[in-house]
Design a protein around this ligand. Sequence first.
Ligand code: SF4
Length: 471
Amino acid sequence: MGTRNPVTWLGSPTFPEAARTALADTQLRRNLRNATTTIRGRRAQAVGELPDWERLRRAGEAIKDDVLHHLDRYLEQLEAAVTARGGVVHWARDAAEANDIVLRLCGDAREVVKVKSMATQEIGLNEALAAAGVHAVETDLAELIVQLGDDRPSHILVPAIHRNRSEIREIFRAAGLGPASDDPRVLAEAARAHLRRKFLSCEVAVSGANFAVADTGSVVVLESEGNGRMCLTLPRKLITVMGLEKVVPTWQDLEVFLQLLPRSSTAERMNPYTSTWTGVTPGDGPEEFHLVLLDNGRTATLADPVGRQALRCIRCSACLNVCPVYERTGGRSYGSVYPGPIGAILTPQLVDDPHDEQAASLPFASSLCGACFEVCPVRIDIPSVLTHLRARAVEAKGRSAESVAMAAAAWVFASASRYEKAQKLGSLARLFAHDGRISWLPGPGAAWTSSRDAPVPAREPFREWWRKNRG
Ligand code: SF4
């Protein structure tokens, strides 16, 4: 695997390039539009039921900010509490270290069951395990569809959002699960029968964590299908991989997030399955519990006063469902485990390489409309972080055609006479207009028209019109 951070997918094109291909896929756009429109409406309704929603958001923001300010203290507290209750804590600086730890803990196991986890996707755990001859079975239905289809997830919460029923049936059929129809109930039953065999035969389970409580050492997983609970209780050994920022100080803090998360993500008042466990309990659940605390770029992100707010994220995916860019391009265009608006600000920070063109293109994947901030349950000001990261990306590029054009524009705008001359020159662009739009400009203007149409300049600049008619 080398030292590459697997948070971005190897060989992914930059966002504009990937988006162009995605936009041409009308089926994909239809699937996405249907899914995001439905979930948007349901979320708005679920959130509208709570008169203190804004206060809850502010409470969530404050708790997360407190955690980020005192992360070292809370993590040490968590480690002490987990250890005192019979668990083992492991610290992983990066993806390679985390994968090595999990692989070592798997011992002789050749197959493990997994409950959906962004952290393990972020470190490319399945691939690392496969390279060592260990098969990881995804047990979340959507994650299973992606895995069996040899596909990539396109949504944080609904990884197979880009697939419709008949596509899913075809994937199951090719994998030998053989559902008789594309009725959702029949599809779910085929997956259930397949997974039940795995739950009962695997000795090791791997999970992520939504939260971990520092003062008791309890770990919390929220899911909707019950597969998580099977993973967390049936196998003999449980390995949890958790990003450092998922710690919360006390049980009382969970009260806030257990309201914010379900309504923001699945538009439910309460999460269907909320599992918590604290170390090990003889005769009940796993005999061994290991908690792998993952850094992988988080402490570097923490050092940036603007960018660090991305670490407040509770992975609800509300920002994806309202993003006009995501709705048209889908999650795979982001080329990262984290798609949509949160991916656009988190991925470049975790990758932490301003010369990585693919990651550096992500903060530009937004219309800056602000819809993502409006819905974010922990009030991450995504538009501000986007512009901050855009500036960083432009700075890292050094002198480029874009920076030269911007400098020239600043010079023109600084003088009224230069501005007027430029306007007259600009009206020459009318020569390239077609059907009321300019879709192609020669020279440096091509950089603009390659990704958007330019407006047709007025025949007569406003200042000239004013001088003639009112001056
Ligand atoms: S950034 Fe906010 S809205 Fe988006 S996934 Fe994270 S918590 Fe949810």
